[in-house]
Ligand binder design. Structure first.
Ligand code: FAD
Length: 641
């Protein structure tokens, strides 16, 4: 075991070569490039799986930096966080140690779509994340900018494909590894934009990655361009909060991690958020100054779901848009105006902001800006996040066209696990659409690709009632322990206890299924109209493990499960059907362009050739691959198996 260490020592200079006789030290099992939200999860997941791992990133003091919003979670995103946590990932636990305002969104709807969310203290999050990363066994952290990849000849069993075997840093030194994960976020040929000014940067204050972008293009990867942006930061003491709507946090707070019963801070000590709105004057400033705003003029696609104020004004004119004033941290003097992402010249940003109620005297401390960057068409990666083109090279996070910390973290944990499994020549760990939001995210990316920053939503998920935030551990922890080795013994045992207790609770409830009149006679104080949706409180009338009734999380879980009981039964049948398709693997070496024994149009062949789906289910979700083509493909696969 090597305790995690951060050292500024540079590795010995080695010659860049594809020759297998070249010196191959230092050598790691897995190298992760980038210490953002994907990189931190990838590096720790690989280390948890037992791989000697190196995290290479520009600066150690920016590890865990929240580039944009000071919040984690939300609708769909909260599910991803619970799933990352179920695989023993970091972000949920770190959020439970760093949040300043916890609120569950969508409370009025069913528990399947509740969105766990919290405002996070940026400084605390970074500190806690760095502490965790630097104390992870088997993980070494090193500062450095990676410029190039080292490739070796194709392995005999995969003719035609080269293999990554290490990286070259900006000073020319080399480090070797069995697997490499790229998690470079918005840094590939990143350009920052404010007004008409553009300059190269990965994000404000950070250099972009040019060499690595050129390497990927030279290797033949299909590269696209996306853009996103961030709002200005406002001085807290320049805002008149007294005239605005105040939002208080939930009491009690709902933690993100299954391992926590509470969060680090009491609800009464948490910070409030405030709501204000834009007005026609804001629209006027935006529209009058479009000629001074090159980010808006660019044809590159921006985020549909976290759009800039300019795109909101252009797409939905004459509407008042919400602006949430969110705290940046316990002792921060800054406020983050969510909903006001903007790339107007700095002086116009302040002019626009001071038109808004409560912000009449607002001081802008840091202007909003846009960023444009390269991303890689995610149809070039498999569901294990390994690239089709280069063996043992994995991509995770914003590099794959997603936006958001949670989407990045979810991919990071999967890439870390698979990079490690690849080293030990074990089968990949793939989460299917029927098992988790992570599965939906990765399946959407790898089969459909994306032309705008992809964000997770509950509406993208077919089996919402089964894939709830409260049961993510039952869905994934057991598999994470057995198939990936990324879950601790303690967490595994906790998930096993939850699963058996849930089954016990439900079996008791099923056993006591009576008509409502019989209920009244039996337990008069309980009013119940149907035997479905039985309140857990009923359990106390029956012989049952008392520990079970003391655990609030479990009781809530049993309530949710029984509420959805009949629908879940039908969904389970559907899931079984889908899983049968999912299980039907397409041959890895199939050449869709030339294969003769199956009738497919030229268009369908090209689509299958490009996306290389691994299963019939994945092939069926590629736009333009017709049901008739799928039936032909299905027949073909069945006859060749
Ligand atoms: P990042 O968190 O960006 O981390 C990349 C890491 O890679 C950095 O540590 C960097 O130093 C390192 N790195 C890069 N190249 C190299 C190299 N060659 N060698 C070594 N290290 C390297 N998300 C939203 O959900 N909503 C938003 O509105 C939103 N707006 C954003 C606005 C801006 C300006 C930015 C920059 C991001 C925004 N995001 C937004 C996105 C959110 O920050 C990202 O989705 C998330 O951080 C992506 O995580 P990641 O790990 O992929 O990349």
């Amino acid at each position: 075991w090597v305790a995690a260490s951060f050292t500024k020592q540079q590795f010995p200079l080695a010659r860049l070569s594809s020759d297998s006789a070249a010196p191959r030290t230092p050598h790691f099992d897995v190298i992760v490039i980038g210490g953002g939200h994907a990189g931190t999860e990838a590096a720790t997941a690989a280390a948890r799986c037992g791989s000697q791992t190196l995290l290479l990133t520009h600066r150690v003091d920016t590890i865990g930096q929240m580039s944009c919003n000071p919040s984690f979670g939300g609708i769909g995103k909260g599910h991803l966080m619970r799933e990352v946590d179920a695989l023993d990932g970091l972000c949920s636990r770190i959020c439970d140690q760093s949040g300043v305002h916890y609120k569950v969104l969508n409370r009025r709807k069913g528990p399947a779509v509740w969105g766990l969310r919290a405002q996070i203290d940026r400084k605390l999050y970074k500190q806690n994340m760095q502490k965790e990363i630097l104390n992870t066994p088997l993980l070494t952290v090193q500062e450095g900018a990676v410029e190039d990849l080292i490739l070796t000849e194709p392995e005999p069993e995969h003719t035609g494909k080269c293999r990554v075997s290490g990286v070259v840093l900006v000073d020319g030194s080399t480090v070797y590894a069995e697997s490499v994960i790229l998690t470079t976020g918005t840094f590939l040929r990143g350009m920052i934009v404010i007004g008409l000014e553009m300059h190269p940067a990965g994000r404000l204050g950070d250099q972009p990655s040019i060499g690595l972008a050129q390497t990927l293009e030279k290797l033949g990867f299909v590269v696209g361009r996306l853009k996103t942006g961030t709002p200005p930061r406002i001085a807290k003491d320049s805002i008149n909060f007294s005239i605005l709507n105040k939002q208080t946090p939930d009491n009690p707070s709902v933690p993100f991690s299954f391992t926590n019963e509470t969060v680090w801070i009491k609800p009464e000590d948490q910070l409030p958020c405030y709501l204000t709105h834009t007005n026609p004057r804001v629209d006027e400033i935006v529209l009058k100054n479009l000629h001074l705003n090159s980010h808006v003029k660019e044809t590159t696609r921006g985020p549909r779901y976290c759009p800039s104020i300019e795109s909101k004004v252009l797409r939905f004119p004459n509407r008042l848009h919400q602006v949430w004033l969110e705290p940046e941290g316990m002792d921060s003097d800054l406020i983050y105006p969510q909903g006001l992402s903007v790339t107007l010249p700095a002086e116009l940003q302040e002019k626009m902001i001071t038109c808004i109620r409560g912000l009449e005297k607002a001081k802008v401390i840091q202007p909003g800006y846009g960023v444009q960057y390269d991303y890689l068409d995610p149809r070039q990666i498999t569901p294990s996040l390994e690239t089709h083109l280069v063996q043992r090279l994995f991509f995770a996070g914003q590099i794959n066209g997603t936006t958001g910390y949670e989407e990045a973290a979810a991919q990071g944990v999967i890439a870390g696990i698979n990079a490690s499994l690849r080293v030990s020549r074990k089968p990949p760990f793939v989460v299917s659409r029927t098992e988790g939001y992570i599965g939906v995210l990765i399946d959407d990316l790898t089969t459909l690709g994306t032309s705008e920053p992809y964000r997770m939503f509950t509406s993208r998920v077919e089996f919402r009632l089964s894939l709830r935030p409260d049961n993510a551990d039952i869905r994934l922890t057991l598999r994470g322990y057995k198939d990936a080795g990324c879950v601790s013994q303690q967490r595994y045992e906790r998930a096993c206890w939850m699963k058996s207790s849930l089954e016990e609770g439900i079996s008791v409830l099923k056993f006591i299924e009576f008509s409502s009149s019989k209920w009244k006679n039996l337990i008069p104080e309980v009013s119940i109209s149907t035997s479905r949706s039985l309140p857990v409180s009923i359990l106390k009338y029956f012989t049952i493990d008392k520990d079970l009734l003391c655990n609030n999380t479990l009781c809530e879980f049993i309530n949710h499960q029984t509420t959805y009981e009949s629908v879940l039964f039908h969904q389970l049948q559907e899931i079984k059907g889908v899983q049968q398709d999912e299980a039907l693997q397409l041959p890895k070496d199939i050449d869709y362009l030339t294969i003769r024994d199956v009738s497919l149009s030229h268009e369908v062949r090209e689509k299958l050739h490009f996306s290389r789906p691994q299963t019939i289910g994945a092939a069926s979700r590629i736009p333009g691959v017709t049901p008739a083509a799928i039936i032909n493909l299905l027949r073909f696969v069945k006859t060749t198996q």
